[in-house]
Design a protein around this ligand. Sequence first.
Ligand SMILES: Nc1ncnc2c1ncn2[C@@H]1O[C@H](COP(=O)(O)OP(=O)(O)OP(=O)(O)O)[C@@H](O)[C@H]1O
Ligand SMILES: [Mg+2]
Length: 240
Amino acid sequence: MPRVTTLVPALAAHNLRHGFGDTLVLHGVSLAVLPGEVVAVSGPSGSGKSTLLHLLGGLDTPQAGEVWWAGERVDTLGTQARAGRRAGRVGLVFQHHYLLEDLSVLQNVQVPAFLTGQDGISRARELLARVGLAAREAELPRVLSGGERQRVAVARALATRPAVVLADEPTGSLDRANADIVARLLLDLARAEGAGVLLVTHDDRLAARADRVLHLLDGQIVEEEGLALSAVSSQPAARE
Ligand SMILES: Nc1ncnc2c1ncn2[C@@H]1O[C@H](COP(=O)(O)OP(=O)(O)OP(=O)(O)O)[C@@H](O)[C@H]1O
Ligand SMILES: [Mg+2]
């Protein structure tokens, strides 16, 4: 018998529909991101990119449709259960770093581990070294530059070796030189660890580093290049 290997997507969405008031923003969005793959999402302002990212990260619940992380459906979980899964499986990076100002740089990187009941200190130190901030671990975020703070946010996003990394304009508030450093760290680290990355960006230079680019237009996904969506099963073979 030939051995059949099923690649479970790191992240999958099926037919997501979501809106606010009478306005439907997402009209049935489906996508899948494989482990180690980087997918960029672009689209006009107001097209629903951040809305989509919030649903994919389980920060909001879709009005219809499904969200899967590493083979587990999560949109149907309660808020607490979902937050617990998120801490272990999903790393988030936003345009603003959202570091906790009263915690040291090191403690900030440990936060996702704290949420899963671990201290994560050796992992946090390893990641700080990889983003070039090992010597700054005891400092408070406010003494760091914008680029350095965003590098801490990248380290934090990878702290629990998440299956999924979601990033919303992660370089949007940085100058070009710092944007390049942060983008390289985020993508190199995530790829090296086999995380699936979904990245919202207006920056063509950042999108060019992705394996595929999806466009969000009129509430739907249009794929620009690379694999056809139909070539990737977006659910694991066995759902039980
Ligand atoms: N919490 C909310 N309540 C009401 N409307 C919202 C809310 N969040 C988003 N919207 C609306 O949904 C639409 C999509 O917003 P979203 O922030 O997802 O766009 P975006 O593609 O991320 O835009 P940008 O590129 O400017 O960040 C917009 O019309 C926005 O006003
Ligand atoms: Mg946005």
